[in-house]
Design a binder for this molecule. Sequence first.
Ligand SMILES: Cc1ncc(COP(=O)(O)O)c(C=O)c1O
Length: 461
Amino acid sequence: MPGDWAAALAAARLPRTAWLEIDLGRLAANLGILRRAIPAGTRLDVVLKADAYGHGAVPIGRALEAGPERPDGLAVATFDEAVELREAGLRLPILVLFPIPPEHAAEAGRRRIAVTVGDEVLLERTLAAIEVARGSARAGGRRRAPHQLEVHLELETGLGRAGLPPELARGAAARIAAAPGVRLGGIWSHLQAPVDADRTTGQADRFQSAMELLDADGIRIPRRHLSASGGLLAGSAPLLDGVRIGLALYGLPPDDLPADRLAGSAAAGLEPVLSLHARPIRVIDLPAGSGISYGPSFTTRRPSRIASLPVGYGDGWSRASSNRAEALVRGVRVPLVGTVAMDAVMADVTDVPGPEVGVDDEFVLIGEQGEERITALDVARARTTISWEVVTGMARRLPRVYHAGLVPLGVRTLAGWRIGGSDSALERGHLRPGGRRDRQPREPQPVDGDGRRRGDQARGR
Ligand SMILES: Cc1ncc(COP(=O)(O)O)c(C=O)c1O
């Protein structure tokens, strides 16, 4: 950690010595790489569901909207994720990828939130809810009709999760076309195994056949979308009118993309946006035979120096990684030992060369230090899961330090926001691509009176 950055973090007065760093410069660079990986005129929608894969949906959305290369739209999984973004003032088009309860359909229309429908019964209920809302608007004397609800139809082409079977698409599209107050915004499907060329071709063919039938019926489909990170980076699927990219935006290639495919693809230049850091709450020398943490599942075999890091399964550092993961300290890999507790995990630092490791040393659990790097994929493999789950699982209680290269932009804690530089730094984004933490940072400013941003106060949040 460069000394300047340490000073900037000290000035941020984090509530605990474990934190995530989110590099918005890398986010911008990744967006640029993805933009260049798709043909001009193809839409690039970015997926901000699950708190932007643990990166923080509102700050990520603001940074993207304010950046030099905006995405064409945002996608989330739930209605309230979309509302959160609208409440934060985001204006980009938003699509909710999972069907919402029909009773929220009218509000979705009002807020210009597009919704997905993939079931005939829910489609009828959604249309009925919109009709009721139009009726009450008329009865209330409103001259202007409520905003039209944009509906995307999801097709089941082989994922086995959601969506209308293709043979029902014509009827559904015709119902939407005939219903006042709604319009067809697009038709989409999702790939089951993008690195499996045959499976993907099968899904793409089923999708294409359904589109041809709709074309024959004269139904205009403004947007057809199929590919997420895997389809784009494996090059296995047609990009159609646009792609919906999550994982790759955050700098993480899909786990199962073979290394040679990765090197030749746009993903080669992507850099992880998120890193996880901690300083110990205790470093102690223990004799051989000492049990470490619950169980114990680890007992020292020699006199050992053990650092306790304040990160546990309550932060998303899964208990399943007990005795299976590593951290970096002073650029050296050290094993994490003992059962992961809710709030702590222990590192065996006995073999770190040089002066004894102490409470001022910074550990990296995900990210880079010196020449070493621990990726979300490394962490995922240690606990037999996938990169998506590792980053998405990062708990809200981990403070998030937003920066662009070496410029600290803001800190999100459970108590609210502290903003470095100007209050609107995040909105303006400072989204210059690239940049590692090796230049002089500006110091984050002290906490605003009640820890909230001025903009948020104005909106009464
Ligand atoms: C429907 C849909 N589209 C797009 C995505 C984004 O996928 P990825 O993170 O692999 O880019 C997801 C992620 O789960 C999804 O469910």
